[in-house]
Design a protein around this ligand. Structure first.
Ligand code: DGP
Length: 123
């Protein structure tokens, strides 16, 4: 499957500095910033700096340095936010069925309260 990245998506604009963000962590390959509509006391989005749409796209096309840099950023955010001990949830929505709103790979790091079961059953 081909991946067609849209460089007008909101996270691409954040990476270009066209839209402000509340940065938690930044490295050569990743940026982490607070979600604009937080759903838990900790709600941080970790994104790669490269033009990748999803984990599927990223793991197929990113370099090893990008892969490592991104995953290490996830861990850094957990430590910075203090959720390593009590726990957290990492979610990456992709595509239509994943109900992904922004087509640039992002991992949500949620924590700071009990998050309940992973999925609410839809009727
Ligand atoms: P998803 O459904 O996984 O694609 O979630 C996208 C998330 O991005 C959603 O929780 C809200 C967040 N978001 C959307 N626009 C902005 C923005 O301009 N700034 C920030 N910080 N977060 C945003």
């Amino acid at each position: 499957m081909g991946f067609e990245y849209d460089d007008q998506n909101i996270f691409a604009k954040i990476l270009r500095g066209e839209i402000p963000n509340d940065t938690v962590f930044e490295s050569d390959h990743a940026l982490a910033f607070r979600d604009i509509t937080p759903q838990a006391p900790t709600h941080v989005l970790v994104i790669p700096k490269g033009p990748y749409m999803s984990l599927d796209h990223f793991t197929q096309e990113a370099s090893e340095a990008e892969l490592v840099g991104f995953m290490r950023a996830v861990g850094e955010v957990c430590r910075i936010e203090g959720v390593s001990q009590d726990g957290f949830r990492a979610i990456s929505n992709a595509g239509r069925d994943g109900v992904q709103e922004v087509p640039h790979l992002h991992v949500h790091i949620l924590g700071g309260r009990s998050l309940g079961r992973m999925l609410a059953r839809e009727t």
